[in-house]
Design a protein around this ligand. Structure first.
Ligand SMILES: O=P(O)(O)OC[C@H]1O[C@H](OP(=O)(O)OP(=O)(O)O)[C@H](O)[C@@H]1O
Ligand code: HPA
Length: 176
């Protein structure tokens, strides 16, 4: 069934069950890949709060978890200005940092985050994103783990918002 958020209509796109299945696969893959790594998972607020919280329950190794807060979107559009609203509060020296994004769209935010983390003396930097829009992506940074490649259409739910609304919806909807 379609839903209305503020002035826009959205149609069902990816179910809560499909998301959880994909999260299990991604976490299993990372459990294998990071067996010799000391990992810090860094969620990018606000959008990634639900993704990181669910994903990490399926990850079967000791790890650290932290957050940074970045913002650049107003309504459906990027402002092209990525602002850091909360910084990092853990020591990442010598560790593998895994940036956890809900979505990599234009790539503006992930580019700023990579510049930020490359200033630290980390062992390695990996990126996981639940959603990626290849047609909208303007960067060359490799995304190590991608949940779903999706078309260049605005989505909401499962942490992602439209004008601050819709983050609490357990599944994902696409703009009509
Ligand atoms: O690849 P990009 O075009 O930069 O888009 C991706 C970013 O946009 C969203 O954040 P937003 O600025 O909307 O803040 P939010 O996480 O608080 O919703 C999303 O959570 C990503 O961080
Ligand atoms: O499609 C999107 N939906 C919600 N937030 C976003 N931030 C970048 N792209 C999107």
């Amino acid at each position: 069934m379609d839903i209305q958020i503020l002035d826009k209509t959205f149609v069902p796109y990816i179910s809560a069950e499909e998301i959880q299945l994909r999260l299990k696969e991604l976490a299993l893959q990372m459990t294998e890949d990071f067996k010799d790594e000391e990992c810090v998972f860094v969620g990018v607020l606000n959008g990634s709060f639900m993704f990181l919280s669910d994903l990490i329950k399926y990850y079967q190794r000791p790890c650290e978890i932290s957050f940074v807060k970045m913002a650049s979107y107003e309504g459906l559009q990027t402002t092209n200005e990525v602002r850091q609203l909360l910084g990092l509060d853990v020591d990442v020296t010598g560790k593998t940092v895994v940036i956890v994004e809900d979505i990599v769209d234009t790539g503006n935010t992930i580019e700023v985050l990579c510049e930020l983390f490359n200033r630290y003396k980390i062992k390695d930097l990996k990126i996981i994103t639940l959603f990626h829009k290849p047609e909208a992506y303007t960067k060359t940074i490799t995304l190590d783990y991608i949940g779903f490649n999706i078309p260049d259409k605005f989505i909401v739910g499962y942490g992602l918002d439209y004008n601050k609304q819709g983050r609490n919806i357990p599944e994902v909807y696409q703009i009509k």
